[in-house]
Design a protein around this ligand. Structure first.
Ligand SMILES: Nc1ncnc2c1ncn2[C@@H]1O[C@H](COP(=O)(O)OP(=O)(O)O)[C@@H](O)[C@H]1O
Ligand SMILES: N[C@@H](CC(=O)OP(=O)(O)O)C(=O)O
Length: 436
């Protein structure tokens, strides 16, 4: 059984939604994971923020604007009067719920309920559309099987145990539709897999049902060798290993949710990145194998803060780095890059929620320097310890740009550079023109 995920752009208009059937083979047993219609989750984020700020008037305006969009959407989606009125009921229900939240105390629990409405809307409307055109399908409620634990980690065994009975209830059905992104947490509350999380839903379901393949359908023909929003004439990469794809996704290649690679990798499920606007294009196949040596792609991750801790006590002192890392562990803040010298250590973080407290604690080890507004440029490929020349080529390509940190050898797949964000575009373009 395959799992097909369609992102917000792929369901972004009634016309696009209708065209999904050119890709979905309704005669093959498969699970289709849908994101919210593009722009919806951003609007829901704003609605939640307005409620959290007790600005009910702004929330009401945002809700009304979004509802208007859906009123138009269903008029184009449905031909049949009965289905149109069913579509109207669906949007009245979800927008009624959004408005009603103003009557109660609004906390982060209600905020998650707001964020969940996008995927609930897109899947229900698509299900009604399939009924209109006579294609049998089953709507699987993701909240009945998608779950994260107290550390916000998805539980694959739980998903397996809960999705399989649902699938087995409908052995005669081929097409199953479900929501990406949304889940329940360990308290049984509605939660989500963080922004862009529908890819993660697809790979978790793929792992849970030991799917033959997970397909991520989006608006571009696979993982490109650089960020197409910044660099011209980027090219799709035909094959990547799970490790390479994970590095690229984590370091900014927005086409894939960073964590979505791991379930597929663990259960050896091939992942294909494909283009809804050009279904015949080969896309990118992600498997356990790395197909060729060399530099494959470049990605960039913004909003990075570098922290340098200098201490003469570090000289020959064992246990120093452990004590530094423990500070970050206490504040549940993950470290992306790290470089060391005998008298200092530099590391980077992207989550600055606890930066004040972290800095205070680090001050007891030595002098602490912070550099904000930095970007990690990540060059990904297959460069194991026996290979040579790649680092020299990368550094030669950015020799005119100040480099704050360099990390190489952490894995066989990644060479990362930390630059000021103002130098990012030049770094990406210069690397691209010299490396490919
Ligand atoms: N290296 C890359 N390869 C392909 N696309 C990338 C890359 N880096 C950034 N992108 C952007 O990712 C976008 C697709 O991701 P996303 O917006 O999450 O799609 P969807 O709405 O289908 O989930 C592309 O339109 C592209 O601009
Ligand atoms: N709708 C959610 C989840 C998602 O994955 O969306 P998309 O597939 O459009 O990136 C978001 O916008 O974050």
């Amino acid at each position: 059984m395959k799992v097909l995920k369609f992102g917000g752009t792929s369901v972004g208009s009634p016309d696009r939604m209708k065209k999904l059937l050119n890709i979905i083979n309704a005669d093959e047993r498969q699970i289709v994971v849908l994101s919210a219609v593009s722009g919806t989750t951003n609007s829901l984020v704003e609605i939640g923020q307005a409620y959290l700020a007790s600005d009910k008037a702004r929330a009401a305006t945002l809700i009304a604007t979004l509802k208007d969009k859906y009123e138009l959407f269903i008029k184009e989606l449905f031909n049949d009067e009965k289905c149109l009125s069913r579509g109207k009921e669906v949007i009245d229900y979800h927008f009624g719920l959004l408005s009603q939240l103003s009557n109660d105390l609004f906390t982060h629990i209600e905020d998650k309920i707001v964020l969940a409405q996008g995927e609930l809307l897109s899947t229900t409307l698509y299900h009604v559309y399939l009924q209109e055109i006579g294609v049998p399908s089953v709507l699987l409620p993701a909240l009945d099987f998608m779950r994260v634990d107290e550390d916000h980690e998805p539980v694959v065994d739980y998903i397996t145990d809960h999705i399989n009975p649902l699938l087995n209830k409908h052995l005669e059905n081929k097409l199953f539709i479900t929501q990406g992104y949304i889940c329940k947490n360990s308290f049984g509350e509605i939660d989500n897999l963080r922004r862009g999380g529908s890819d993660y839903t697809a790979s978790l379901i793929g792992a849970a049902i030991r799917s033959e393949e997970v397909q991520i359908w989006t608006d571009i023909d696979g993982m490109h060798n650089n960020d197409p929003r910044i660099v011209k004439s980027t090219q799709p990469i035909s094959q990547l290993s799970f490790d390479e794809a994970a590095e690229l996704a984590y370091f900014g290649a927005k086409i894939l949710h960073p964590q979505s690679v791991f379930p597929a990798q663990k259960y050896k499920i091939p992942v294909r990145l494909l283009n809804t606007m050009d279904p015949q294009a080969a896309g990118t196949l992600i498997t356990g194998d790395s197909v060729k040596d060399g530099i494959k792609s470049i990605a960039a991750k913004d909003d990075i803060t570098a922290i340098k801790i200098q201490s003469s006590r570090m000289l020959l002192a064992y246990g120093f780095l452990r004590r530094v890392f423990e500070v970050f562990e206490r504040y549940k803040t993950s470290i992306d890059m790290i470089t060391t010298s005998e008298v200092g250590v530099s590391l980077t973080i992207d989550d600055t929620t606890h930066l004040g407290d972290i800095t205070k604690e680090l001050n007891s080890f030595g002098s602490v320097e912070l550099d904000v507004n930095h970007t990690i440029i990540c060059v990904v490929g297959d460069f194991g310890a026996d290979k040579h020349g790649y680092a020299a080529r990368v550094l030669e390509s950015v020799k005119h740009i100040p480099i704050r940190m360099i990390s190489y050898g952490g894995s066989d797949h990644n060479l990362s550079l930390l630059v000021k964000t103002e130098d990012k575009v030049e770094a990406l373009r210069s690397l691209h023109s010299r490396l490919f």
